[in-house]
Design a protein around this ligand. Structure first.
Ligand SMILES: NC(=O)c1ccc[n+]([C@@H]2O[C@H](COP(=O)([O-])OP(=O)(O)OC[C@H]3O[C@@H](n4cnc5c(N)ncnc54)[C@H](OP(=O)(O)O)[C@@H]3O)[C@@H](O)[C@H]2O)c1
Length: 325
């Protein structure tokens, strides 16, 4: 599909758009060539900061830019669906920030439009593409753990209680689960697939969105996942995958570039600390470039059907939160 470095168009000029544009400078697989913002001023400021030539004062203009291959959707979650559909209808491939959408219905719609048009689409669940997660996947594929019994993952961060903050504002998709909990949910999904039973408990923030959510997932194999997220406190942000023959422990923030250790029931631990540079966002960009060069319309590392299934799980957890509060 592309025989040149990927020409990225950045849609939105906020925090993660800046982090992604900075990490794109660390790879030769592509470069930011255009940015689109709701205002010319923001587009110019962002373009100046990252040396981007083409700066558009609307998302529509960015989508119509003939020199853009892929649009990176970096707006608040409620806008992902509309922004992604705009880009796809303009014939652009899309990389969409996590959570992919607000719910599974929106995710299905994006996937349908992308597939109808033969365009590439992927959730920017950047953790999936990190070198330490590749090590985890190798250990799992080798059967190093025996039967998997438990997945444990936590994502707690402290945020000031600001009603205007995207994290707390319902109209901006606020809440712990969609912003933070999607990481443990996705991690468990990568290891064990979709759960067959879901039990969860949420506590609301002052704006009504979930401030804290804890989840128990059950699988037909008998395995279980124990997952937590909160906007109220910095948690350990650790993860472990526990099997009958060994366990994997992820050091530090499990969703960021860190070390992983395989601890066999009998035998010495094996610790791997892959080299990395930047914030860890370049790896998803490299994956997009690889897939486009191969003519693929999705990534086997973050398949679209799995993204939909993750949103279905999140729908169920949020429905339980609404019922119980
Ligand atoms: N992968 C990660 O590590 C990571 C980290 C943080 C966030 N995220 C995800 O990235 C997305 C954006 O998060 P962020 O922290 O970058 O948000 P942010 O700093 O608030 O930036 C969001 C950008 O979206 C645009 N936007 C469009 N409609 C908007 C509206 N009604 N209100 C506010 N902004 C609007 C704005 O750009 P213009 O004004 O230029 O149009 C704004 O700068 C979220 O879905 C979040 O979950 C991912």
């Amino acid at each position: 599909m592309t025989d040149h470095p990927v020409r990225w168009g950045i849609l939105g000029t906020g925090g993660i758009a800046s982090a992604f544009a900075a990490d794109l400078r660390l790879t030769d697989s592509g470069a930011a060539v255009a940015v689109g913002s709701r205002s010319q001023e923001s587009a110019d400021r962002f373009a100046d900061a990252f040396g981007i030539a083409r700066r558009h004062a609307s998302y529509e203009q960015l989508a119509a830019d003939p020199d853009v291959d892929v649009i990176y959707v970096a707006t608040p979650h409620p806008m992902h669906h509309g922004n992604a559909i705009l880009a796809l209808r303009a014939g652009k491939h899309v990389l969409i920030e996590k959570p992919f959408t607000m719910n599974a219905a929106e995710a299905r719609d994006i996937v349908k439009v992308a597939r109808e048009r033969g365009l590439f689409a992927m959730e920017a669940m950047w953790t999936r593409f990190l070198p330490h997660v590749a090590v985890i996947r190798d250990w799992l594929a080798q059967g190093a753990l025996g039967d998997i019994v438990t997945v444990i993952a936590d994502h707690g961060q402290w945020f000031a209680e600001d009603p205007a903050s995207r994290l707390f504002a319902p109209e901006l998709g606020g809440g712990a689960l969609l912003d933070l909990g999607v990481y443990p949910v996705s991690f468990a999904s990568m290891v064990l697939g979709p759960p067959s039973r879901i039990v969860s408990m949420s506590d609301p923030a002052f704006t009504g969105v979930d401030a804290q959510t804890s989840m128990l997932f059950g699988y037909d194999s008998g395995a279980q996942s124990v997952l937590t997220c909160t906007l109220r406190a910095k948690g350990p942000t650790r993860a472990a995958i526990v099997g009958t023959d060994a366990r994997i422990e992820v050091e530090g923030d499990f969703y960021a570039p860190v070390a992983v250790t395989l601890l066999p029931r009998n035998g010495d631990p094996v610790r791997v600390e892959p080299a990395h540079d930047g914030r860890g966002l370049r790896h998803q960009a490299d994956e997009v470039a690889r897939r486009l060069a191969a003519g693929d319309t999705e990534s086997p590392l973050m398949p679209l059907d799995e993204t939909i299934s993750i949103m279905e799980t999140i729908d169920t957890v949020l429905a339980q939160a609404r019922k119980n509060t």
